[in-house]
Write a protein of this length. Structure first.
Length: 134
């Protein structure tokens, strides 16, 4: 794993959260998009090398909506950049980690993604992200 790629924060209202974090971090949102595979709308802010991903549920039955219902708004996951997501997924499986998918999926910000189940990662939802090479 190369570095922390971003921290994902679950929010009820993306527009309000964008305004709040823009003021807090003294920067602007550089990208918003819908991720249909996850049924969320996301926004990204960057300060120095660090990125924040704000996530709003687009359906009442998706992972973000369930998270907010159970825990309220807040930190949802931490994402790590990897060079080869399939190799890293295989390595983690061999180490006994439970992955939430067998194949990487398209994610926001032109990435392939895969999540590691929090029960096998000390209670933290970990996301692997790889830049999509065109």
């Amino acid at each position: 794993m190369n570095k922390v790629e971003h921290i994902g924060i679950a929010v009820n209202n993306l527009e309000a959260a964008c305004n709040l974090y823009a003021k807090l971090l003294n920067t602007q949102v550089y990208k918003t998009e819908e991720v249909t595979a996850e049924n969320v709308k996301v926004a990204f802010l960057q300060t120095g090398p660090s990125k924040i991903e704000l996530l709003q549920a687009l359906a009442d039955d998706n992972a973000i909506a369930k998270f907010i219902t159970q825990k309220g708004e807040g930190i949802h996951h931490i994402a790590f950049e990897v060079d080869d997501i399939r190799t890293e997924m295989a390595r983690l499986k061999s180490e006994g980690f439970v992955l939430l998918s067998d194949e990487p999926k398209p994610g926001a910000d032109n990435k392939l993604i895969c999540f590691v189940h929090p029960k096998s990662a000390g209670g933290v939802l970990v996301e692997l992200v790889q830049d999509v090479r065109i």
